[in-house]
Design a protein around this ligand. Structure first.
Ligand SMILES: [Zn+2]
Length: 292
């Protein structure tokens, strides 16, 4: 077994899982709706203005389109309050992975982002918080050193300033181009969360479609409250990989947020349009501003 294969195994990224991630990445519902003006789920007619007004949720069937980080910030953070933090943290190529630099440049051009996460401070319905927004458009939201570092810094900022931390997760998992360094981010972000806990601040996670791999297995599952968007796919390994491994048919709706709510992994499913209000409520409740 070569070094690359060993690394992939260590990261839990075997060939099948990579395919899984690339399938998830190739689903471009937005391009489809812009072209056909039709919901991919219920086939109802949708015009651009209507979609934009409804936060890219189909008003007929509730289908949630994937949105960009920029849109996510616009829909979540009060206008004019978002101030980006740690924007100048850039990735190096820690294990000399062939072609990694080029891949990052390509991802920057495609997403308009420096990395797969944007962090910053801002307000949601007037409540101050630290935010982290992950982007699936940047190398499948994969977690490398920079993603881990920016998220850890955001969490520590929350602990230092006495602010709750709100994280929107989406990821295909660890970034195999950074080998073991990407796995270390799981421990680093979890250790930062222990500091946040000591400071008494809340960590609220919103799981969006899709959230997988090392991200699910670390900070995305460590929220004091874990919310999810409707019908988001959330798991560690993808369903086809699991089915292939255990040679059993998986139950209907496996790894969808509704299934995970039933199993107790998710605390609540919140439609996109109601998220700011829900986040404000949770922040108030955690800070003791709402009493029974
Ligand atoms: Zn629809």
């Amino acid at each position: 077994m070569g070094l690359l294969d060993s690394l992939k195994n260590a990261l839990g990224l075997n060939q099948k899982q990579e395919t899984e991630v690339s399938i998830a990445a190739s689903r471009d519902d937005r391009a489809e709706v812009l072209q056909k003006h039709q919901c991919p789920n219920c086939h109802a007619h949708l015009d651009d203005g209507e979609l934009e007004r409804d936060f890219f949720v189909c008003r007929h069937c509730g289908y949630h389109f994937r949105i960009t980080v920029q849109e996510r910030i616009k829909y979540t953070v009060d206008l004019g309050t978002f101030q980006e933090t740690a924007s100048q943290v850039y990735s190096i190529n820690p294990i000399g992975f062939p072609g990694y630099e080029a891949k990052i440049l390509e991802a920057r051009t495609a997403s308009g982002l420096n990395e797969a996460v944007i962090t910053g401070t801002g307000e949601v319905k007037g409540r101050k918080a630290v935010f982290a927004f992950m982007s699936f458009k940047f190398m499948g939201g994969s977690m490398g050193s920079v993603v881990g570092e920016k998220i850890a810094r955001a969490i520590i900022l929350g602990a230092e300033r006495g602010l709750p931390v709100v994280l929107f997760a989406t990821s295909g998992g660890a970034r195999m181009q950074e080998g073991i360094f990407s796995l270390m981010q799981m421990a680093k972000t979890s250790a930062a969360l222990a500091q946040l806990e000591v400071s008494g601040q809340a960590f609220i996670v919103v799981l969006t479609d899709p959230t997988y791999g090392g991200v699910t297995a670390s900070f995305a599952s460590l929220g004091d409250v874990i919310l999810a968007e409707p019908r988001a796919m959330i798991g560690f390994a993808g369903p086809r990989v699991i089915e292939g491994t255990i040679r059993q048919k998986l139950p209907e709706g496996f790894q969808r947020s509704e299934f995970l709510l039933e199993k107790g992994f998710v605390d609540a499913i919140v439609p996109r349009g109601q998220l700011p209000e829900k986040l404000a409520f949770l922040i108030d409740a955690h800070q003791g501003r709402i009493r029974p």
